[in-house]
Design a protein around this ligand. Structure first.
Ligand code: NDP
Length: 293
């Protein structure tokens, strides 16, 4: 039987409408307009496009977006100085440093210089540390992992007690997803490039999250019948039959895996639209917390 398709586009659209309504209410009743500052260093075209998408989504939701662009050769002091100023600016409730940063910059120090209460990407070491510890809560959850968890919940997955397997251990996706699943009381296995017999490990999973960046790596015979499959992967592959000569695919061989899984996200159209949605949500949360001060 074919799996239930988890429509990230539709879920994200509905959530963004709710967020826009909340933003309007904050403006009308509290005189507060949430604002986010994006910091982009250098001219990586993919990063430029992500920042544009984020700014557009903010605008549509009524959130102010302040774009800050520094040249490729910006120094550590210049980047940290800008973040310091934004951390002190009361119109800025969230600060997003677009990754990756040019290699001469110290990413850990830069992410650590973001004011904790404005860390809407959830990458401040203290937020990640809290996410890793039992009984502690981060101020913000990293956006892509947060989106994965919302999709699982909306699809009706029973996370507590489930065997969850996460493919990938990156700081921005695999590791935080695994920590969130652990917080939600799943039994979690994290796989990476040195894991032996990946198909056998994956076949144990009632919940399988793929974040490896390898086009259509997860095949039908890697998946336990009825499993929830979340495909974070977003990979550009050549396709001479496509108008542009390429197309986007996930880390999961969607057409064959959907015949085995119980529920599955497509890619594109699954996790992708959720990432920006969770950023909007985190920004509104940050703004609302200033009211309680
Ligand atoms: P990284 O390259 O940072 O991490 C990939 C991880 O997968 C690493 O832990 C690596 O292992 C592991 N890995 C790579 N190849 C294999 C393999 N053959 N077998 C087992 N494990 C392997 O990628 P990201 O986490 O940044 O991104 C993963 C995917 O998610 C990409 O396709 C990316 O485009 C997509 N993505 C989508 C987002 C969205 O909003 N939808 C946001 C962010 C990413 P090791 O640690 O040993 O090297």
């Amino acid at each position: 039987m074919s799996a239930k398709i988890i429509d990230g586009g539709a879920i994200a659209k509905e959530m963004r409408q709710e967020i826009a309504a909340e933003v309007e209410q904050l403006r009308a009743e509290q005189g507060l307009t949430p604002g986010i500052a994006t910091v982009l260093v250098g001219e990586n075209p993919a990063s430029q496009s992500y920042v544009r998408m984020k700014s557009r989504a903010c605008e549509k939701a009524g959130i102010l977006s302040f774009g800050h662009y520094l040249p490729e050769e910006a120094t550590q002091e210049e980047v940290e100085g800008l973040i310091h100023d934004l951390s002190a600016d009361p119109t800025v409730h969230g600060i997003l440093v677009q990754l990756p940063l040019p290699s001469h910059l110290d990413e850990e120090a830069i992410l650590g210089s973001v004011a904790l209460e404005k860390d809407v990407d959830g990458f401040h070491p203290i937020n990640i540390g809290r996410l890793a510890m039992k009984g502690r809560e981060p101020l913000f959850i990293p956006c892509t992992p947060y989106g994965c968890m919302v999709l699982l919940e909306k699809a009706g997955a029973q996370i507590e007690g489930a065997e969850a397997v996460v493919l990938g251990r990156s700081n921005i996706v695999g590791l935080p997803v695994a920590m969130l699943l652990l917080h939600a009381n799943a039994t979690v296995t994290i796989c990476h490039s040195r894991t032996k017999d990946l198909p056998a490990v994956c076949r144990k999973a009632g919940i399988l999250v793929a974040a490896v960046g390898r086009p259509e790596m997860v095949k039908a015979d890697w998946v336990k019948p009825g499993a929830y499959v979340i495909d974070v992967g977003s990979n550009k592959v050549d396709d001479p039959t496509a108008e542009k000569g390429y197309r986007w695919v996930g880390d999961v061989a969607f057409d064959e895996v959907k015949e085995v899984a119980g529920a599955i996200t497509p890619s594109p159209g699954g996790v992708g639209p959720m990432t920006i949605t969770m950023l909007l949500k985190n920004t509104v949360t940050a703004a609302k917390r200033t009211l309680a001060d």
